[in-house]
Write a new protein. Structure first.
Length: 533
């Protein structure tokens, strides 16, 4: 009799790939063995002949005729479960599931733990997606054969489909206890724990995986991320150091130790481990990026550039290398090099927000507003709600007097986040510079300083609005506060000078004009104000 295959489909596909399981065996040998297994007495010779004929027809695909032969056999030998199950399989092949289940249940009435009948029942229930119903026969199979991992794995997959992740994980762990040579069981349990956000269980499993397979870098990387989520950095460091001691020191393990030290704010130790390992980390991008982050945060731009170049060389198809190198150029204020680096690869990474956004910044700093607008819009096509990109684009539109566009962006920002002080301030400043809607501008400026009362830019904005409204007393109050917080902004110094001119404090006004001109020496407007004195 042919083996029933549906029960273990997930098991074999997941762990062993697609293989052929329909090899035809010696029918007489299999049939006699099956019949003898189900009956202690010798099989009825006439029944056996009908059964063998049925098996032959079954293998030829003539299921209707096979059923007739099997029914003849069953009349002669009604107590043989193999005949009932053969009829059940034929009816299943003929797409008559109710008749198939009837014969399976006939067998189970006599022997509730008959394995082949239970397997067939599970097969059919899984095929029909009756996963809840499959639990009972699967449980019986496990009760009868507690050490057969194929039943545990099938039950685990059914529980996973039903959304019972914890049970699924436990079944895989039990399978691993039975067959500890198969790490796939343990790995699958870990993967399902990750998918269900069961961090505690996942950490325990991946810690065990790093012990069982200490050269698997992926297991160790996942362990590092999981233990970092729980801020158990010291525990993670100790575990990896023990792995080094037991299995010999490895660069990839040292790199993970370095990452944990860095996350524990021990930058010097982190740098030591990562620098010691970098030459052997050609495939460990995460660790290389951590070292880059340390260098860039410490303003070690030369070292950061070297690491970024290594990423580009080893991972030319990964955008993060180009991004990292561009960040170094940005810190060096080398905007032309940013553009020369990023523009040739921008199309290849057209779906990467950070590449498009950095190009927008580079062109903006390079005074190429048209291309800056182009790339900021490309960035926003990827992440439409990026605050940074929206603010940058609004300012550019404002500078180009494209106020319809800038106003729309400011309104969007405010509607999205009513605590966005920068949006309130910039919109208010745009209106006051246009000398329109000053009452509305004042209300927005008030909201900005309510959110950030000590922001010098916001204090200057509201003061400048009061100046435009001819309330020079309040204008002086707010702009003076702004200058006290930051006396290095030429525009704010000029604003205070303008206010003082209106309050007949001419000498003081000129002094502020001079301070502003010292900062912005090419400003012709300031020169006139100083000379007019």
């Amino acid at each position: 009799m042919k083996m029933f295959k549906i029960l273990f489909t997930l098991y074999f596909l997941f762990f062993f790939g697609c293989t052929s399981v329909n090899q035809v065996k010696n029918i007489g040998e299999v049939s006699k063995k099956t019949l003898n297994k189900n009956k202690e007495k010798s099989p009825n010779p006439e029944a056996l002949r009908f059964y063998l004929d049925g098996q032959l027809l079954m293998n030829q695909g003539d299921y209707s005729m096979a059923i007739i032969e099997f029914q003849q056999a069953l009349e002669l030998d009604p107590a043989t479960s193999a005949i009932e199950l053969a009829i059940a399989e034929c009816y299943w092949k003929l797409r008559k599931p109710l008749l198939s289940k009837k014969h399976i249940n006939n067998v189970l009435k006599t022997n509730p733990f008959e394995p082949e009948a239970l397997e067939m029942l599970v097969d059919q229930m899984i095929f029909d997606k009756q996963y809840d119903s499959a639990l009972d026969p699967l449980t019986k199979l496990i009760q009868k054969f507690p050490n057969r991992v194929k039943y545990l794995v099938t039950l685990a997959e059914v529980e996973k489909i039903l959304g019972n992740s914890i049970k699924s994980i436990d079944h895989y762990l039990n399978a691993y206890k039975i067959d500890s040579t198969n790490l796939n069981f343990l790995e699958t349990a870990g993967r399902y724990a990750l998918e269900s956000d069961n961090t505690v269980k996942a950490l325990s499993i991946f810690k065990q995986l790093t012990i069982e397979d200490p050269i698997n870098q992926n297991y160790l990387s996942i362990f590092t991320e999981l233990i970092s989520r729980q801020s158990k950095f010291k525990e993670g460091i100790t575990h990896i150091e023990n792995l080094n001691e037991t299995n010999g020191e490895k660069a990839f393990r040292n790199a993970e130790i370095g990452k944990l030290f860095y996350r524990n704010n021990e930058k010097n130790k982190a740098k030591g481990y990562l620098e010691r390992s970098i030459e052997n980390l050609n495939s460990n991008l995460s660790s290389i990026l951590t070292l880059f982050e340390i260098y860039i945060n410490d303003n070690q731009l030369s070292e950061a550039a070297s690491v970024a170049d290594k990423i580009i060389s080893n991972f030319p198809d990964d955008w993060r290398g180009y991004y990292s190198r561009a960040i170094v150029y940005l810190n060096e204020e080398n905007y032309k090099s940013m553009i020369l680096l990023l523009e040739p690869i921008a199309e290849g990474f057209e779906k990467i927000f950070s590449i498009q956004y950095l190009l927008g910044i580079a062109h903006n700093r390079y005074s190429d507003s048209e291309n800056a607008i182009l790339y900021f819009n490309k960035a926003l096509s990827i992440e439409p709600n990026s605050k940074n990109a929206l603010h940058s684009l609004a300012i550019l539109y404002d500078e180009k007097s494209q106020w319809k566009n800038s106003d729309e962006i400011y309104i969007k920002l405010i509607n999205t986040d009513d605590k966005d002080a920068q949006a309130y301030n910039n919109y208010a400043y745009s209106l006051v510079e246009r000398n329109v809607k000053l009452d509305q501008a004042l209300e927005m400026a008030k909201k900005a300083i309510e959110i950030e009362p000590e922001n010098p830019s916001y204090l200057d904005t509201i003061g400048w609005i009061y100046f435009k409204l001819s309330d020079f007393k309040k204008a002086k109050k707010y702009i003076s506060q702004s200058v006290e917080l930051n006396d290095k902004n030429a525009i704010v110094l000029e604003h205070l000078g303008d206010v003082l001119m209106e309050t007949d404090e001419t000498d003081e006004a000129v002094e502020f004009y001079k301070k502003a001109l010292f900062i912005d020496q090419d400003n012709s407007r300031l020169k006139k104000k100083v000379l007019s004195d």
